[in-house]
Design a protein around this ligand. Structure first.
Ligand SMILES: NC(=O)C1=CN([C@@H]2O[C@H](COP(=O)(O)OP(=O)(O)OC[C@H]3O[C@@H](n4cnc5c(N)ncnc54)[C@H](OP(=O)(O)O)[C@@H]3O)[C@@H](O)[C@H]2O)C=CC1
Ligand SMILES: O=C([O-])CC(=O)C(=O)O
Length: 441
């Protein structure tokens, strides 16, 4: 690996040519991390193993900031301060074009599992080089550096760039995928309405940023709770991105439901297919045992205990997050990361014949009679091109319909709570009393 040029970031002054105008700089200079005149700080590094111009910048940013603003001050991070000429090596590879993937809440627990899966090739494939754009906050900045260091030390061949920052207008530039995980957890005594407002503001800002700086066809997976309504807020604030490109994660619920059905039927979980989660990622979600199949047969033909299906199974899936918190003392992180991988792969690989997957997507002409203009989990199929179609041939009986209506009512109430964040006037927040996230008691 030839070092074509010594970057002043790391170089002791004695190593620089006497005539060099370059001078050594500390990496991540602490003085640059102070809030600027606008009370905000921004720091981005663009490390790259392949061509390695590592940059960072600190500048005042406004919400109206436009695409043409690009990074031009340089800084660097660790190994990425070196400049390599890998052209010859690159020519022997049959890799696809680099993709840019943003992850928010990047210093959080779910991300700590997800990022290493993304970098390994497990998600986008072994021939897909990737640039990771990590969004954190002022309080997590040091932790973000730690994440970047661990990514460096992992020597992933496909990981070509890692950048970290706290301004979504920086971090989301040109991203083709955005996984939005960062969100404030509900604390003691906090109303769900407060959570909707606090987290809603985060997703409104991130939607605006995506709208301006992301790739126009960016696919967005919202994980931070309450994820359905956060996804709605995000897409409403990003009118130039197709609403269809936004997903709220209900894949973890699908996986949980498959596991419970397999357990009851005494089969391995790969035998369970056609599993729909309808509605909200909350305890009103509806795991659909009517249309699901075990080894190709309707679940009700395999599991004869229909009382169990209606009562225990449904509640178990709805409250699985809470049960896990009781055991672990924290919410599902590893299995959530796995389900994010599943969700992305379901969009980037063709859905197996006859099967489908669940994702909470924007209701716009849905065939099930569900209210339009919300983000609702439904059965989807994909050709593997990043897009999806809703599955039409599902049966909805009275049992399912009643429960779907309850989840729909909850989402419509959540939507009224965030009217001020989606351009629909002032909000009126009256939530049904039992609305909880899966992890809440
Ligand atoms: N949809 C689903 O299936 C699931 C969703 N979740 C949700 O995912 C989210 C993240 O979970 P997890 O990674 O375990 O949580 P962590 O608390 O480990 O990390 C979350 C990150 O969110 C950011 N954050 C916290 N408070 C705020 C705030 N006020 N403003 C902005 N960002 C904030 C923090 O980043 P920073 O310090 O950089 O701001 C933190 O690193 C939660 O909302 C959780 O409820 C969890 C499991 C399943
Ligand atoms: O409520 C939470 O934070 C955790 C969660 O969504 C889940 O486990 O499904």
């Amino acid at each position: 690996m030839a070092v074509a040029e010594l970057n002043p970031c790391f170089a002791p002054k004695s190593l620089l040519h006497p005539s060099s105008s370059l001078s050594p700089r500390p990496c991540f200079p602490t003085h640059l991390r102070q809030p600027n005149a606008f009370g905000r700080i921004s720091y981005t590094s663009y490390p790259s193993i392949s061509c390695s111009i590592a940059t960072s910048k600190v500048k005042a940013l406004t919400v109206e900031r436009q695409k043409e603003e690009v990074n031009n001050e340089e800084d660097c991070y660790g190994i990425f301060c070196l400049t390599y000429d890998l052209k010859a090596e690159e020519e022997t590879k049959t890799w696809k074009k680099l993709i840019n993937v943003a992850v928010s809440g990047a210093a959080g627990t779910i991300s700590n599992h997800l990022l290493f899966k993304l970098a390994s090739g497990e998600v986008f494939g072994p021939d897909q080089p990737i640039a990771l754009k990590l969004l954190g906050s002022e309080r997590s900045f040091q932790a973000l550096e730690g994440v970047a260091m661990e990514l460096e030390d992992s020597l992933f061949p496909l990981l070509r760039e890692v950048s970290i920052g706290i301004d979504p207008y920086d971090v989301f530039q040109r991203v083709e995928w955005a996984v939005l995980i960062g969100a404030k957890p509900r604390g003691p005594g906090m109303e769900r309405a407060d959570l909707l407002d606090i987290n809603g503001k985060i997703f409104a800002q991130q939607g605006k940023a995506l709208n301006v700086v992301a790739s126009p066809n960016v696919k967005v997976i919202v994980v931070g709770n309450p994820c359905n309504t956060n996804a709605l807020i995000c897409l409403k604030n990003a009118p130039s991105i197709p609403a269809k490109n936004f997903h709220a994660l209900t894949r973890l619920d699908e996986n949980r439901a498959k596991c419970q059905l397999a357990l009851k039927a005494g089969v391995f979980y790969d035998k369970v297919s056609n599993m729909t989660i309808w509605g909200n990622h909350s305890t009103t979600q509806v795991p659909d045992f009517l249309n699901a199949r075990i080894d190709g047969f309707p679940v009700k033909d395999v599991i004869k205990d229909h009382k169990w299906l209606q009562e225990e199974f449904t509640e178990k899936v709805q409250k699985r997050g809470g049960a896990l918190i009781q055991k672990w003392g924290r919410s599902s992180a590893a299995s959530t990361a796995v389900s994010i991988v599943d969700a992305i792969r379901s969009l980037t690989t063709p859905t197996p014949e006859g099967d489908w997957f669940s994702s909470a997507v924007y209701t716009n002409g849905n065939p099930y009679g569900i209210a339009e203009d919300i983000v609702f989990s439904m059965p989807c199929r994909s050709k593997g091109n990043g897009d999806y179609e809703l599955v039409k041939d599902v049966i909805i009986d009275d049992y399912l319909r009643q429960r779907i209506i309850k989840s729909e009512a909850e989402l419509l109430a959540e939507k009224r709570c965030v009217a001020h964040l989606i351009g629909e006037g002032s909000s009126v927040c009256e939530l049904p009393g039992d609305t909880t996230l899966p992890g809440e008691k």
